[in-house]
Design a protein around this ligand. Sequence first.
Ligand code: PMV
Length: 335
Amino acid sequence: MTRSATAIAHPNIALAKYWGKRAGDGNIPAVPSLSVTLAGMSTTTTVSFDDTLVDDELELNGAHAESSRPKVRASQLLDRVRAAAHTTTRARIVSVNDFPTASGLASSASGFAALALAAVRAAGLDWSAEQVADLARRSSASAARSVFGGFVELDGGDAPDGTPSLGGARPVAGPTAIDLRVLVCVTTEDAKATSSTDGMRLTQQTSPYYPAWVADAPASQRAIREALLAGDFVRLGELSERSALAMHACAMAAGIVYMTGATLSVLEHVRALRSAGLPAFATVDAGPHLKCLVRSGDAAAARESLERVPGVLRIIDTSPGEGARIVAAGAGGAT
Ligand code: PMV
């Protein structure tokens, strides 16, 4: 007997960055963040619980991932689902990304959001989106945000009254809340050298700027939410670029450098566009790709110009999109 479900999820890009984890269990961020879920890139994942399997199986982008780190992380998520569904049945996971994996394009966000939703549905659990986001967050904190569409916040650190955060994620505004296009400037097809988890740990342990980052991030996240809700694109762009540079400065002081020469060339170009009167802003995650924020009316001109920057391999044109969703589900007979 098999029970399977297929989910699609999109990556998200943080405008207010999360970097660093709170002490304790649950993979809860040390700071609150705010992201936009991006249509234009997707992960499609099918989970099939199958009584005939002796172990979980993972096929990632057409390759079997036996006893690899992705497989271990996927099995840990499935173990939580099995515990909730009171079953021990193993599952087959087939997951495909239509964009580079593990290179700072947030494939872990869309990957774990799609896996969490497909696994919950295939196990027959009737969970809310908040519960699915909580499950996804335990594997990859940013994945909690990809469960929802549009603009999404993820709690971190302590609430203003000192209560520790539970790492909840929730939508703040729908995809059409502000006119925004995100031009993803792909600078390599390779996987990154330092995972975000390792990069965060080293930053927390050794960056002299980590306490300043944690102290500044909540006010920065609030200001970004205000700019978004006020529909102020320029302020949103300025604050988002600042959040990304603060995160990278903090990590760099721990010896973690995700930007390459190509990233810096694109950053310089984005700033030159701005000086020339085109409102374009930059954000960069734990990888070398720069994401350029523009209004839709400026997207074609910005794209044409960014394509000519040496080191830019291609540009993925994305806009705010939907949250994770089920696209197929069903039960089959004995296999
Ligand atoms: O959730 P993780 O482990 O993929 O870390 C995400 C970290 C950043 O992408 C750099 C920032 C963010 O908030 O997405």
